[in-house]
Design a protein around this ligand. Sequence first.
Ligand SMILES: [Zn+2]
Length: 213
Amino acid sequence: MPSLEVINQDKQKMSVKLKGIPLQYANALRRICLNGVPVFAIDTVDIIENSSVLADEGIAHRLGMIPLKTDTSRFVERSKCKCQSETGCSNCRVMLVIDSGDTDTTRTISSNELTSEDETVKPTSDKVPIIVMAPGQRLKIEAYARLGRGIEHAKWNSSNISTLVNTDKEDEHVLTVESTGALSPQEIIIGGVEELSLRLNEFKQILTDLKKE
Ligand SMILES: [Zn+2]
């Protein structure tokens, strides 16, 4: 019987021992934990006002790289959402805004000024610097975050690190996952196992269909 045993875990990182799971499946699980479990990231940015020195695309890129706390229980990926809309709806999209207001001193705008319309989806850290504003400059934006996967773009990676190490026993490997903070490491591994079994079932169905033909 395949088994999965937790060796150690904290808020950021978790190691599990995989027993009786063939190497290729363990490896597939490692990869899914890295970039196959959906997390939130900012995808599109509407710049309402930007008189800073950084170009609009530069701001959009920086915002995309800020890890966002992800609640998977309430949201779905846009491709699987009933709205079938390009812009998304409240089930597949969250809006975050920044309005620097008028500044009379030089100051740094950090992720704590990114206000989310949904309390559960917000930057994992308040301290990610976004831009330095000079007196008289202003930044006002509306950003839209959605669930995505790292295979599409690295900004949707669920883990910073996901490794698989052999033990001295046959068919026994240690999987270690370090979260970006968007999900707990436990949510990543559970999500990874679910995703892997889903893919294997789809693959089995393809084989069954092939045999019928
Ligand atoms: Zn939707």
